[in-house]
Design a protein around this ligand. Structure first.
Ligand code: SAM
Length: 223
């Protein structure tokens, strides 16, 4: 998985914007607004990648961001976007299923489009909860399987007519694994299953904010 993202890093942002038809900025912006972190909060950007979620939060409020990712090449892109004088940003190369911070460290966390990539999502969520302070909130943005039948039809067309053809066109042949990610979107949890998982690992006040007719959801939970 890390090798795949290392190879993908030069064109990750382009693919993201194309697959979402440019909506991914809006999803992260609206999510950042809904999470409403306070100035000075310490926020963990889990699976930060090239940083668009953490940067959307920082645009909203003057938080301190710790960006954690397995792949240094992805984090380097975030650093370039933030600028060299971004003293509010720390980069950490680590496995999110074993977060190298003590319990109760962060006021909040965001995780954008990383859930499907984790080997053990429950372990990743437990780790995020562990490093949050009591009262800290996680906003978990992810493609999810639609629950109602008209949205299932919409999603079927969206992935087969837009995402898959674009993926086949733009993803280098040496990256067949990325096609797995596209397939995995349809096999991932529904919003209700994600809420249940959040509750199972101990989050409370769990709720969903839906985007893109329910094919993308922000799951919010509080420690
Ligand atoms: C699809 S990208 C999402 C990036 C960013 N959060 C966004 O909103 O665009 C997923 C990122 O998760 C990272 N990742 C995958 N598994 C991970 C793990 N176990 N621990 C930390 N990062 C991981 C990948 O390296 C990649 O940068």
């Amino acid at each position: 998985m890390a090798d795949m993202f290392r190879l993908l890093s030069p064109r990750y942002d382009l693919l993201n914007h194309l697959f979402s038809l440019g909506s991914d900025f809006r999803w992260r912006r609206k999510s950042a607004k809904a999470l409403n972190f306070k100035s000075g909060d310490k926020v963990l950007d889990f699976g930060a990648g090239t940083g668009d979620f953490g940067l959307a939060v920082r645009k909203q409020t003057e938080v301190e961001i710790t960006a954690l990712d397995l792949v240094p090449e992805m984090l380097e892109k975030m650093k370039l976007k933030a600028g060299n004088d971004a003293d509010w940003l720390s980069l950490v190369v680590a496995d999110g299923e074993d977060i190298p911070f003590s319990d109760d460290t962060f006021d909040g966390s965001v995780a954008g489009f990383v859930g499907r990539n984790l080997f053990d999502l429950r372990q990743g969520l437990s780790e995020i909860r562990r490093v949050l302070k009591p009262g800290g909130r996680l906003g978990f943005l992810e493609f999810c399987r639609p629950e109602n039948s008209s949205m299932k039809v919409f999603s079927w067309f969206y992935f087969r007519l837009i995402v898959k053809p674009l993926g086949n066109l733009l993803i280098p042949k040496k990256l067949p694994a990325y096609r797995y990610l596209i397939d995995s979107i349809e096999a991932f949890h529904s919003a209700a299953q994600l809420r249940q998982l959040f509750q199972d690992v101990g989050f409370r006040d769990v709720h969903t904010i839906r985007f893109n007719f329910g094919t993308v959801s922000l799951t919010v939970g509080t420690k």
